[in-house]
Design a protein around this ligand. Structure first.
Ligand SMILES: Nc1ncnc2c1ncn2[C@@H]1O[C@H](COP(=O)(O)OP(=O)(O)OP(=O)(O)O)[C@@H](O)[C@H]1O
Ligand SMILES: [Mg+2]
Length: 497
């Protein structure tokens, strides 16, 4: 049992995990998955209850005790030191009582052995900030294996990965369990549960609902167990009402963090009332595109026009003030201030403008009312609007960022993976929100690697590969196979509208 102020996050849970299995943990946002695993990892102490390892009660008073019991955890949000190299991160905090040179030599050998054995390819000398999210995750896994973990806890490892990276990860996990490791895997995706797990446990509001062998259940039953009622997914999407041209991108070029070309001659337009999706395998320029459009990265050439006004290389603040909303992929790092309250986070964008400011003062009443409204509309579960953002569950942080970015009627919404980390219900809800904004006449640029989502939401689909536009397709006519081919650089289409 684990209580937090106002909520019982873990309520009399009896979880049994067998050695050598992949055990999925399923539940809605805030169901208590992360909390339960953090107890196992020594990050939190339970208020009552005990942990048995191979039948023996153990007291896991801190993460280092967990490591000593060979329990490793890969967090929902990575914790690597971004300015250090891969190998430095792997050995960080491991004291082997050797001189630095000796140690590095030995480390390199072991890292090489681990990467080879489990198919975790990554350049050991690269700095972490240069790596894609998928590569960073591999570093986290290598780090845990380097510490000789027998039990590996993974908190939503796939929500930030591309379909290819997910396949790769699953292959690695299979090799790991064949080697005798035990894996506890948190996910929101029912397909993944069915694909990868041996058994699955469903949590709801802190309580354990069921533990089942995966072969004896199916997606609809799991969804029902998770939500506690029948789940029907249906999106109401009206025919497009194309408005005026809101965004015009003209022969845009930019560089990546590594100084290599990230966007090459990118041109497209987005109209009010439409959703234009950018499909592509991650690392093909999508993030850079979102950053250039929102003022977080400089264009090296080309132009960006918003409603006819040139906003190329303006500051993020100016662009925000011009009505551009940004739902960033890295929501914790870029989208929130974790020590600030939910209320403050919700007005981060607007605190300089009425009604939230009065002269140089913040209007607390207005900020509070705004928070109450946003929390109700987006179903943000938090003890109160004055709780620090870092106390929210992963999915609820996500909802908070969305609530802030979509308030104030933006003209253009740049949404990067807006549904990752959200449970089935919340995913549908966010998609509805985007469709509502589209009805309202906003122009939406949706960057997503989830082809299903792309097909479901978009009016047009732009496929990117290697920083270039491979083609723009009408969503009505587009086929998944064709898009997949273009995502792999297969074919260059004439740009259609
Ligand atoms: N340190 C904390 N202090 C106060 N409340 C907390 C803390 N950590 C978690 N909670 C609360 O406990 C509940 C369970 O949170 P938890 O993070 O375990 O959910 P989760 O199942 O991992 O959800 P998600 O899918 O959104 O990541 C939530 O209501 C959350 O707000
Ligand atoms: Mg969580």
């Amino acid at each position: 049992m684990k209580r937090f102020p106002g909520v019982v996050a873990s309520d009399g849970v009896n979880l049994g995990v067998r050695q050598g299995e992949i055990h999925c943990l399923l539940g809605e946002n805030g169901a208590g998955k992360t909390t339960l695993m953090r107890i196992l990892y020594g990050f939190y102490q339970p208020d009552s209850g005990e942990i048995l390892l191979s039948g023996k009660p153990v007291k896991i008073s801190s993460p280092s005790v967990a490591l000593a019991h060979r329990i490793g955890m890969i967090h929902q949000h990575f914790r690597l030191a971004s300015t250090l190299s891969v190998e430095e991160n792997v050995i960080l905090g491991v004291d082997e009582g050797m001189g630095p040179f000796l140690r590095l030599g030995k480390t390199r050998k072991r890292i090489a052995a681990i990467t080879e054995e489990y198919g975790l390819s990554v350049d050991p000398k690269a700095k972490v900030w240069q790596l894609s999210v998928g590569q960073q995750q591999r570093v986290e896994i290598i780090k845990a294996l380097y510490r000789e973990a027998d039990i590996l806890i993974m908190d939503e490892p796939t929500s930030v990965l591309t379909p290819q990276e997910v396949d790769q990860l699953f292959t690695t996990l299979r090799i790991l369990v064949d080697d005798g490791l035990t894996i506890i895997f948190i996910t929101h995706k029912l397909d993944e549960v069915m694909q990868v797990s041996d058994r699955v446990t469903v949590l709801r509001q802190g309580k354990l609902v069921a533990t089942l062998p995966t072969s004896q259940t199916d997606k609809p039953s799991l969804a029902r167990l998770m939500v506690g009622r029948e789940v029907v997914f249906r999106l109401e999407k009206n025919p497009p009402q194309q408005g005026e041209k809101l965004l015009e991108v003209d022969r845009l070029h930019t560089l990546s963090d590594r100084g290599l070309p990230a966007l090459r001659d990118v041109s497209f337009e987005v109209y009010g009332g439409e959703i234009l999706s950018v499909a592509g395998v991650s690392g093909n320029g999508q993030t850079e595109l979102a950053e250039v459009l929102t003022g977080l990265r400089k264009a090296t050439s080309g132009r960006i026009l918003l409603g006819g006004k040139d906003i190329t290389n303006r500051s993020a603040r100016e662009i925000t003030d011009d009505g551009v909303a940004h739902v960033p992929a890295e929501r914790i790092k870029m989208g929130t201030v974790s020590n600030m309250s939910v209320r403050e986070n919700l007005i981060l964008k607007d605190y300089r403008h009425p009604p939230f400011c009065r002269g140089i003062f913040l209007n607390y009443k207005k900020a509070e009312a705004n928070a109450q409204r946003a929390m109700a509309e987006y179903q943000i579960a938090a003890p109160s609007d004055s709780s620090a953002a870092k106390l929210l569950s992963g999915g609820n942080i996500q909802r908070m960022v969305l609530a802030r970015e979509l308030s104030g009627k933006p003209r253009l919404i740049v949404a990067v993976h807006p549904t990752y980390g959200l449970d089935v219900g919340a995913t549908e809800q966010v998609r509805q929100v985007l469709l509502r904004q589209r009805e309202r006449g906003a122009a939406i640029l949706l960057i997503s690697e989830d082809l299903e989502e792309v097909m479901e939401l978009s009016d047009r689909i732009l496929v990117m590969f290697s920083g270039r536009v491979m083609g723009i397709l009408d969503a009505e006519e587009a086929e998944t196979g064709e898009i997949g081919l273009m995502m792999a650089g297969g074919r260059r289409e004439g740009v259609r509208r």
